[in-house]
Design a protein around this ligand. Sequence first.
Ligand SMILES: Cc1cc2nc3c(=O)[nH]c(=O)nc-3n(C[C@H](O)[C@H](O)[C@H](O)COP(=O)(O)O)c2cc1C
Length: 197
Amino acid sequence: MGPLDFIRSIRRILAGKPRVPPSLADNQLLDVIMKRRSVRRFSDRKIPDDVFSTILEAGRVAPSTVNLQTWTFFSFTAETWQDTFGRPVPFKGNRAVIVMGDTHRGKMVLDVFPYSPLVEYTVAVTNASLAAMNMNLAAEALGVSSVMLSETGRSGFLDAGYLKETLDLPDGVFPLMTIIFGYPRRGVPAHASQAST
Ligand SMILES: Cc1cc2nc3c(=O)[nH]c(=O)nc-3n(C[C@H](O)[C@H](O)[C@H](O)COP(=O)(O)O)c2cc1C
């Protein structure tokens, strides 16, 4: 594939609308899944505690290997984020969750598997990522927008060593992503905000 073909196919992907047969168009969950987009410009409107705790709860009920729930969530308000990291939540988000894989948790519950660090790591990453997606979709369903952030290279927040020290993480608990939550800035459709990665 030449460079022009490559650019054309990327444009086709970006312009592509989700395809849902008319008979399923009224399904609310499908609608949330199909319309979700990462948002990177948030308003000052605060997310109520009950809404945010429901988003966390959606993460907690995500499926996981042998129901081991091999994750740890670090949840922040705008204020606790500022106190912890000495800077505002990225994109002026109102809440944030750092999602961690947690190889400890499985062992606390069930210690019958032979020691296999790669499998433990993979299981923890898989399960924590599913929980992250559950939170992301639950937020969307409640009118709250979000963006998942990995190591940005600007903040170093997901620098594992830095986070281990700052958050006093035990061995086996490792950061995977930060989810930033907030209400979108008025007049900024989710799909119009710019990706930085
Ligand atoms: C694990 C993960 C890490 C991401 N990291 C970043 C990031 O560091 N910065 C950013 O702006 N977007 C980040 N994104 C968002 C993606 O850029 C975005 O999901 C993708 O461009 C598709 O756009 P959409 O979410 O609007 O459909 C990340 C997404 C995932 C799943």
